[in-house]
Design a binder for this molecule. Structure first.
Ligand code: HPA
Length: 270
């Protein structure tokens, strides 16, 4: 678990390389969405240069922090995340998000690749998270000693950011259904029986990330919203073989739409 002093030190290091202008918003890129980092006009800092940052080791991710401007907004783009399944650490993204806040951001948009449980949300589509279910039983705040750990989650997925993303999606002609994301730890995919159970319990999409980051963001007082790019129908819902290769191959389909929505959103951010 990180201490805030670490975040201050890392933030200073970042400012020395990327300039002191405050960042407005953070963006965490999911599997296959890494090209968005390349769209930012700014400074690329490898995670390896940032003490305490994850040694993200999942193919399809790009372990760099990019600080710069996208559509006129000063952003911090995290090209990779550490998933719980990599090292069994649910608070791996705490330091990066503390640093984001330290750099001045007040908001975070999280993206991921996910499997769909809904017939009307298909591979290549986007889904905006209206809420989530933590099926892992894990929590990134276990071990936090202050009363701040009792984070209310009733409005975790920010209604203002969601409304703005919806408006951008309409303007761009991109369908953006909302649904509930279920966090499964991975790295194995779900069984068909697990997917049937998740469906009964109210999940619309399933994935191996995002929920710890949403909890951490709320803990840190950042407004947060999350978007899934659907790469496959969840286990048992189609004949297609589910694999990480397939996820990486399919993510770019949704990524192009997501980029249009995000660019519009940033252009209209006040
Ligand atoms: N399950 C879990 N995570 C995923 C999936 C899935 O079907 N697709 C992409 N990430």
């Amino acid at each position: 678990m990180s201490k805030n002093g670490d975040a201050t030190t890392v933030a200073q290091l970042i400012r020395a390389r990327a300039g002191a202008e405050p960042v407005k918003l953070g963006l965490i890129l999911g599997s296959g969405l890494g090209h968005l980092a390349g769209a930012v006009d700014g400074v690329v800092i490898p995670y390896a240069d940032l003490p305490g940052f994850p040694h993200a080791g999942v193919s399809g991710h790009n372990p760099n922090l990019v600080i710069g401007t996208l559509e006129g907004v000063r952003v911090a783009v995290f090209g990779a995340r550490e998933h719980y399944y990599e090292n069994g650490n649910p608070h791996a993204m705490r330091l990066p998000l503390e640093v984001l806040r330290e750099l001045g951001a007040d908001s975070l948009i999280v993206t991921n690749a996910a499997g769909s449980l809904r017939a009307d949300i298909r591979p290549g589509d986007l889904m905006l998270l209206s809420d989530h279910i933590n099926f892992s039983g894990l929590n990134p705040l276990i071990g936090e000693r202050t009363d701040a750990r009792f984070v209310p989650m009733g409005d975790a997925h920010d209604s203002g950011i969601r409304a703005a993303l919806q408006a951008s999606a309409v303007a761009e002609g991109v369908p953006l259904p909302e649904g509930v994301y279920a966090w499964y730890s991975g790295p194995s995919f779900e069984t068909p029986a697990e997917i049937r159970a998740i469906r009964i319990l109210g999940g619309d999409a399933v994935g191996m990330s995002t929920v710890p980051e949403v909890i951490l963001a709320r803990f840190l007082g950042l407004k947060v919203a999350a978007v899934s790019t659907i790469t496959n129908m969840a286990a048992g819902l189609s004949d297609e073989k589910i694999s990480h290769e397939h996820t990486k191959a399919m993510a770019p389909l949704g990524a192009a739409k997501l980029e249009r929505v995000l660019r519009h959103f940033l252009r209209h951010l006040r």
